[in-house]
Write a protein that binds this ligand. Structure first.
Ligand code: GDP
Ligand code: CA
Length: 328
């Protein structure tokens, strides 16, 4: 694959779904001969929390593991070749064992927490770990300020991980809050990219639109910059044939009164996106989105080739939008 436009590509990402496409983008850009640093992956930090005295950044970690080939493809989260001695020992002590921390994974949380306490920012720590892991793409924390996703259920407000992991997403959700997002200063590299006339594309990964992309867009300055950005903005649907590949996307959209369909996801991004990649099983939904440039293809990313194929399609759609050759 050669001949794409040049310039920075900014991807907005959560964890697992986002990281799959981000890895595809790394390879698709490399195949074009683009420098690896052309890819900026802006990661959700709304899922971040303190646990056992450690600062855990689940979506950043998923990206760091996936982009460096350290992820566990079978389990779908955490590190490959993981061992669980720490958890077993913690359980023996009667400690808090509701959140799984593998031994290798634990090292990242300990080291991140140490560096944060020594005064480094989350961005600095993320950059340092990326370098150690040999990642050439730029993984960026969406902000260095605390943003915490909270979930309102019948029993009241819960921390995100308390709901997601502790309660296995079971309590019905009435509303979401991204505490701190209004005042959070978005990552300056992402803001620079959005203002740069040389920006090639913004790709919204097939991440949970409410829980993973929602916190990024809840930062007012970032949302405004995205809406004003002159480069093509393309989202990739996380919904295939009306189902999420995994996770609570469909449940949550339904509970919050949004149509839990590929078209519903695109409508949620109204005013921000000009292009949409959806699964061939949802191709009919394009008719409901006449204002968007769309492309339908198989979007289930099982193999690396699948990831590269979907990423290439998103880039190609953005490039066609940029030269104005796509019929709306
Ligand atoms: P999390 O932060 O780990 O929950 O991950 P994300 O928010 O980044 O991704 C979750 C979303 O990814 C879910 O809505 C899934 O449907 C979607 N997803 C996961 N794998 C795939 C895939 O192979 N293709 C597509 N199109 N979506 C996927
Ligand atoms: Ca997440």
């Amino acid at each position: 694959m050669t001949g794409g436009r040049r310039g920075t590509v900014l991807a907005l990402s959560g964890g697992v779904g986002g990281a799959k496409l981000a890895l595809g983008l790394v390879h698709a850009l490399a195949a074009e001969g683009a420098p690896a640093a052309d890819l900026l992956v802006l990661a959700n930090t709304g899922d971040d929390f303190e646990h056992l005295g450690l600062h855990i950044s689940p979506d950043i970690d998923t990206l760091l593991y996936a982009l460096s080939g350290r992820d566990d493809a079978q389990r779908g989260w955490g590190r490959a070749d993981e061992t669980w001695h720490f958890m077993a020992a913690l359980r023996e002590l009667g400690g808090q064992d509701w959140f799984q921390l593998g031994d290798r994974d634990l090292a990242l949380h300990v080291e991140r927490t140490r560096r944060l306490r020594a005064g480094e920012t989350l961005s600095e720590v993320t950059g340092a770990v990326s370098a150690k892991f040999g990642i050439d793409a730029r993984v960026l924390a969406m902000t260095d300020d605390p943003v915490r996703t909270r979930v309102e259920c019948a029993q009241g407000w819960m921390g995100f991980q308390e709901w997601f992991v502790g309660a296995r997403c079971e309590p019905v959700v009435r509303s979401l809050d991204f505490a701190g997002a209004q005042a959070a200063r978005p990552n300056p590299h992402a803001m620079e990219a959005l203002a740069d006339p040389g920006l090639r594309a913004v790709i919204i990964c097939p991440s949970n639109p409410l829980l993973s992309i929602g916190p990024i867009l809840a930062m007012p300055a970032l949302r405004e910059a995205l809406a004003a950005c002159r480069a093509p903005v393309v989202a990739v649907s996380p919904i295939i044939a009306g189902q999420a590949v995994r996770g609570p996307t469909v449940k949550l959209m339904g509970e919050l009164g949004l149509p839990a369909t590929a078209a519903g996801v695109a409508q949620g991004y109204a005013g921000l996106i000009g292009g949409y990649v959806l699964d061939e099983a949802d191709a009919h939904a394009a008719a409901a989105l006449p204002h968007l440039a769309t492309v339908a293809l198989p979007t289930l990313m099982t193999t690396l080739q699948d990831r590269i194929h979907v990423a290439g399609a998103a880039l190609a759609l953005a490039d066609r939008m940029a030269v104005g050759r796509v019929e709306a």
